[in-house]
Design a protein around this ligand. Structure first.
Ligand code: F6P
Length: 516
């Protein structure tokens, strides 16, 4: 039996009980303002430099004792062994009996002994050569990525994040939804002769993607498009299905890359077209640096470990139900959606790896919008609402624009929000009172570059691994998305026939209303 099945679930570890006791006696009463007054070294002790990312965790509701107990918990639960099993290519995705090796996609040639590395690099070289060819092809002005979930969110987020590194003269469109309005709106803006469609689907069976791909091909032909081979490419592990669909240009990847971990694979082609082969290699290199940090740094100074443990502390002891992502960089506008899939599809599980119901909470809800916009929308609730929501600020020291004044004001706002959440403001206890003591983390990058983005994303992947590991769940399957897919096929047939037999009252009622 591999260690996936034998590792100790966090709630069975002695440190779990010690943490509960610590939380009840001291941890729950921690006041950040006092903590800073008492300890001049708090910023130092609770901030952490990692490759390309500096994290100030000092405004979180932790003290030395909770941190030490969380480390103990991680050790008792075999986190290090589990992490090593991940990097050794063991089948840590035990419900599908698959290895989990997205990290291998960013390993340099010749690094370690994994037998798949040579294949990774030959595929990467081919994909990047193709990306360069498209970049140099002045006749192609529009790239339309058709994919959903991990086959959309990663490339969409990264293309936006790295827009200041992107080639001139190429427009990128992302079509994910089965809602025809989305594809129709894109097709109105492009012409067949100047468009490259990328059909991105790990399985090449996802109904949204297949429906959109068929409609795009039908539009292409109806509009007089010629040469499907030049205007369609597929990014998939199911190369045979892509060929059957009529797409000859395919870039493959492997079943050991989960959809939400696939931006580093052929699914990243739109990113490579946008920023070029060298830029894409920098993205991989930045992520690889974070992989090394996670794989080799002692737990106490390991940023993804500290974050994952903080997530456990907040979810299981403080009982916080959500986490807010506040990127203070408009190019990171899709980061919250990307992280939402990463965290919630990975750790939104109610049974452990052995299929037993867990007796504690798992994934929080992730949500967010770029700052400063969020300040004028939902920050009211963060400051004065009844729920405490840990906030994660993401900011860069150096902007990619030259407009005077803006960046200092942006950074000042991010810092001031974090400060206000913590400091609060005493008033009459009424409408103008800010309770304060509300936690936040502050992630600072030197600049938003391919390398720093790679490191930031890898940091989040590994922190999700850490909390999932302690919770004893399998972070790499997603059985919870299956039921709705099956029922949608049944309902689709009924929308055609009007047959409501055996349906629940609400679905039958809706069916009748929709059919009119
Ligand atoms: O339905 C969920 C899911 O399987 C995600 O995990 C995945 O990223 C998405 O669908 C798209 O899947 P595919 O790349 O196979 O089309």
């Amino acid at each position: 039996m591999n260690n996936v099945m034998t590792r100790l679930r966090c709630d069975h570890a002695p440190a779990w009980a010690a943490l509960r006791e610590h939380f009840e006696s001291i941890g729950s009463k921690l006041d950040l303002r006092d903590a800073f007054r008492r300890d001049e070294g708090r910023f130092q002790a609770f901030s952490q430099a990692a490759p390309h990312v500096f994290a100030d965790l000092s405004k979180n509701l932790i003290d030395n004792q909770s941190q030490a107990l969380l480390m103990e918990l991680a050790r008792e639960c075999g986190l290090e062994r589990h992490r090593d099993a991940l990097f050794a290519g063991e089948a840590v995705n035990n419900t599908e009996q698959r290895a989990v090796k997205h990290w291998l996609l960013r390993a340099p040639p010749g690094d370690g002994g994994d037998p798949d590395l040579a294949l990774v690099h030959s595929t990467l070289d081919a994909m990047l050569a193709y990306a360069e060819q498209v970049r140099g092809d002045g006749a192609i002005t529009d790239i339309v990525n058709i994919g959903i979930g991990g086959s959309d969110l990663g490339p969409q987020m990264a293309v936006a994040a790295l827009e200041s590194f992107a080639a001139e003269g190429k427009r990128f469109h992302f079509v994910s939804n089965i809602d025809g309005h989305e594809l129709a709106a894109v097709l109105r803006r492009v012409r067949p002769g100047s468009t490259l469609f990328l059909v991105a689907s790990k399985t090449f069976t996802t109904i949204e993607t297949m429906t959109n791909a068929r409609s795009a091909r039908a539009w292409f032909e109806a509009e007089g498009g010629r040469d499907i081979a030049r205007h369609f490419a597929a990014l998939t592990t199911n190369v045979a299905a892509a060929r059957e669909f009529g797409i000859a240009t395919t870039f493959g990847f492997w079943d050991w890359v989960g959809g939400r971990y696939s931006v580093w694979s052929a699914i990243g082609l739109p990113v490579a077209i946008a920023i070029g082969a060298a830029g894409f290699r920098e993205l991989l290199a930045g992520a690889h640096e974070m992989d090394r940090h996670f794989a080799t740094t002692p737990l106490e100074t390991n940023l993804p470990v500290r974050l994952g443990l903080l997530d456990v502390w907040y979810r299981n002891f403080h009982g916080f139900t959500s986490r807010n992502i506040a990127p203070y960089h408009s190019a990171l506008r899709r980061l919250p959606a990307y992280l939402q899939q990463l965290e919630m599809e990975s750790n939104g599980k109610r049974v452990d790896a052995q299929g037993r119901a867990v007796a504690f909470a798992t994934s929080p809800v992730l949500w967010g919008e770029p700052g400063t916009n969020g300040q004028h929308a939902y920050f009211q609730m963060l400051h004065q609402g009844t729920d405490v929501v840990p906030v994660e600020f993401v900011a860069v020291r150096k902007p990619a624009h030259l407009l005077p004044g803006h960046h200092d004001l942006l950074l000042a706002n991010a810092m001031a929000q974090a400060q206000a959440l913590m400091q609060g403001k005493a008033d009459d206890g009424g409408h103008r009172n800010f309770p304060g003591n509300r936690p936040s983390s502050f992630f600072l990058l030197d600049a938003l570059t391919p390398a720093s983005l790679g490191a930031l994303l890898a940091m989040h992947e590994h922190r999700v691994f850490v909390s999932g590991s302690l919770w004893g769940i399998n972070s790499f399957d997603q059985w919870g998305v299956e039921l709705g897919k099956v029922l949608a096929l049944d309902v689709a047939a009924r929308l055609g026939s009007g047959d409501a037999a055996g349906l629940d009252g609400s679905t039958a009622g809706l069916l009748r209303h929709i059919r009119g």
